[in-house]
Design a binder for this molecule. Structure first.
Ligand code: 5GP
Ligand code: MN
Length: 323
């Protein structure tokens, strides 16, 4: 923390970024840190490879996030937030690796500790909790805008204060943020309050795709590109759907298998992303790591270059081995 504070304090131009296909913690953490640094007169480039999901577009400063690294910006320091692995920032990883100082701030237990400096606290409920502490240590009092971004990160990563990462700090930091002017019901309305019709129809297709392993310990849900096309939805609309598969009685692990957007190569087979959730009895980060992915004990994921049938067969084989 001390070294990171000194590095940030001596930097004039910084890049803040987070993982591609960002969630509320990724967007909230990068905006909060970037806005705080700007308040101290620093130049900040906000970068994320993916479009920001509609439910987070109310966040203050969101219009500042660029999908391309601006040419000639030459930041001296990059802060990478909520990325379990360096490759999670996406295609700009190589360019970002050339920035003289890379600071890795995260709360994933599986984070390998990439970067020049890192601050990884797996006991933090969200990366936003760590960013809150960092901003405080920099002597910056969060204003309503910054507080709203941090609160959204904590709210969404703790599943509205329900998941096992909901710790004392989740409430303590949130209380401080509410005192800084956050309106919890307004945030909840933006994040959870309104679904497009397409998203409801996608939910219907996704629920219909659920399959259960013969021993009942694993549930699998599939979201294909065809389902997105049929319902006119985006990959972001599949966010949270896995929770339905996870809630099924006696299920220990839920998997959401999602076809990735095309990469532009003709005739390519869609790559698959597998999201995993467990009830805590199975370490899904360990399973994901075997495929080069990662995450936490109860929530992890990986990408795989294989067909749908093969991935399902592998998952079913794993279910059989669950004691
Ligand atoms: P989600 O299923 O919501 O995409 O991700 C669940 C958790 O697993 C998150 O903490 C996320 O960082 C991690 N995760 C998901 N997909 C990947 C992946 O492809 N690689 C790595 N290293 N972590 C992932
Ligand atoms: Mn997070």
């Amino acid at each position: 923390m001390e070294k990171i504070l000194r590095t940030i304090e001596s930097a004039r131009r910084l890049l803040v970024t987070a993982h591609a296909e960002p969630d509320g913690d990724a967007v909230g953490s990068m905006l909060a840190l970037g806005l705080a640094l700007e308040r101290t007169g620093r130049e900040v480039v906000f970068y994320n490879e993916s479009p920001i999901p509609a439910v987070y577009r109310f966040l203050p400063g969101v219009e500042r996030i660029e999908r391309r690294l601006p040419e000639g910006a030459a930041p001296e320091t990059a802060v990478i937030l909520d990325c379990a692995g360096f490759e999670r920032v996406g295609q700009a990883a190589a360019a970002i690796a050339r920035i003289p100082c890379v600071i890795n701030i995260d709360h994933h237990a599986s984070n390998p500790g990439f970067g020049t400096l890192c601050l990884i606290d797996e006991t933090a409920c969200a990366t936003a909790e760590i960013v809150f502490r960092l901003i405080g240590a920099l002597g910056i009092a969060p204003d309503r805008r910054i507080a709203t971004c941090l609160y959204t990160g904590i709210l969404t990563d703790t599943g509205s204060f329900r998941f096992s990462n909901t710790n004392e700090a989740a409430f303590a930091v949130s209380l401080t943020l509410v005192r800084c002017g956050v309106n919890p019901s307004e945030v909840a309305q933006h994040v959870y309050g309104s679904y497009s019709l397409g998203r409801i129809k996608l939910l219907n297709l996704a629920l219909d795709s659920i399959e259960i392993s013969p021993n009942g310990k694993l549930s699998m849900m599939t979201v294909t590109r065809a389902m997105l096309a049929e319902t006119r939805t985006q990959p972001e609309d599949a966010d949270g759907l896995i929770n339905y598969a996870r809630r099924i009685k006696d299920v220990r692990v839920a998997a959401l298998i999602q076809e990735q957007p095309p990469n532009g190569t003709e005739g390519e087979r869609p790559r698959l992303h597998v999201s995993l959730r467990s009830d805590g009895s199975v370490d899904v980060a360990e399973y994901a790591a075997a495929f080069g992915g990662g995450g936490h004990r109860r929530a992890a994921g990986f990408q795989i270059d294989a067909g749908l049938a093969e991935v399902k067969a592998r998952l079913l084989g794993w279910a059989e081995r669950m004691g």
